[in-house]
Design a protein around this ligand. Structure first.
Ligand code: NAD
Length: 266
């Protein structure tokens, strides 16, 4: 489906973390389709080059590859600085990279819990810190969008680290939004529900499981990565200049307590 707007981000420079597949790739594509130059972060250069080959070219220059592990301080310092240098600036940061590991909570391994927190929480804090510092030093305004999850507010048994990390992300967004609102820096989150991406292929490719997942969603279908990219670009655009500190749930109604669709409680 083509981008609904044209040139909305012409001349803008964007950094997307976790851009090698899924929602991150769809977001990079949407920004580039609307004219932005996009620095692509991920850990594997070959995958990022393949993504770049699928993006439209823009007048600002080539989309830079920003390889690095978003949970490692030295990597983030380098890749943020390199992205800014390659694009001669930065207007929008999208903190998208994230992952989860399932385990009954009584058996959770410390290394797994800490690994999820490192990517999903520290991997948000570090790029935010580096980019905000750049905007303050250069007296520029900017916008940050963090990819959270409906599990920012819905408990997720067997995914304790993931639930904890997305809850933390909600407060990172609100705290940074308040701290820098007067400096013209906006910080918001999108919170996807169940989305068709490579990490969800096990239930997407199993008709029974797919039916079960869709059945829990009031709109009776999972979302597409493109629909999350739509919300992320809205929060980066001129359409949302008075919005900060908010989490926009993009979930087909998943956070609406679907069990109450038909009255059973009174
Ligand atoms: P995905 O696994 O398809 O993509 C995640 C991306 O992050 C990949 O490019 C991966 O390489 C990258 N990444 C992981 N660890 C990294 C690290 N340490 N450094 C740099 N990059 C790293 O996942 P997705 O489904 O596209 O999810 C993207 C975001 O959306 C995540 O934050 C996830 O929690 C959130 N989310 C997804 C869903 C869903 O249903 N897919 C639902 C809610 C929230």
């Amino acid at each position: 489906m083509p981008a609904p707007y044209k040139d909305r981000f012409a001349g803008k420079k964007v950094l997307v973390t976790g851009a090698s597949q899924g929602i991150g790739e769809a977001t990079a594509l949407r920004f580039a389709e609307e004219g932005a130059q996009v620095a692509l972060n991920g850990r594997k250069e070959d995958k990022l080059i393949a993504v770049r080959d699928r993006l439209p070219k823009v007048s600002g220059g080539e989309h830079p590859i920003a390889t690095g592990d978003i949970s490692r301080e030295e990597d983030v310092k380098r890749l943020v600085a390199d992205s800014i240098k390659a694009m001669d600036g930065l207007d929008v940061l999208v903190c998208n990279a994230g992952y989860q590991i399932p385990s009954p909570s009584e058996d959770i391994k410390l290394e797994d819990f800490e690994g999820v927190m490192a990517v999903n929480v520290t991997g948000v804090m570090l790029p935010c810190r580096e980019v905000i510092r750049y905007w303050l030093e250069t007296n520029q305004q900017g916008t940050i969008i963090v990819n959270s999850s409906v599990h920012q507010i819905i408990p997720k048994p067997h995914y304790l680290g993931y639930s904890a990390s997305k809850g933390a992300v909600g407060n990172i967004v609100r705290t940074l939004a308040l701290e820098y609102a007067s400096r013209g820096i906006r910080v918001n989150a999108v919170a996807p529900g169940a989305i068709v991406t490579p990490i969800n292929m096990s239930w997407i490719n199993d008709p029974e499981q797919y039916k079960a997942v869709a059945g829990h969603i009031p709109m009776k279908r999972p979302g597409e990565s493109r629909e999350i990219a739509d919300a992320i670009t809205f929060l980066a655009a001129e359409d949302s200049t008075y919005i900060t500190g908010q989490t926009l749930y993009v979930d087909g109604g998943l956070t609406l307590f679907g069990d109450f669709e038909k009255n059973w409680s009174s």
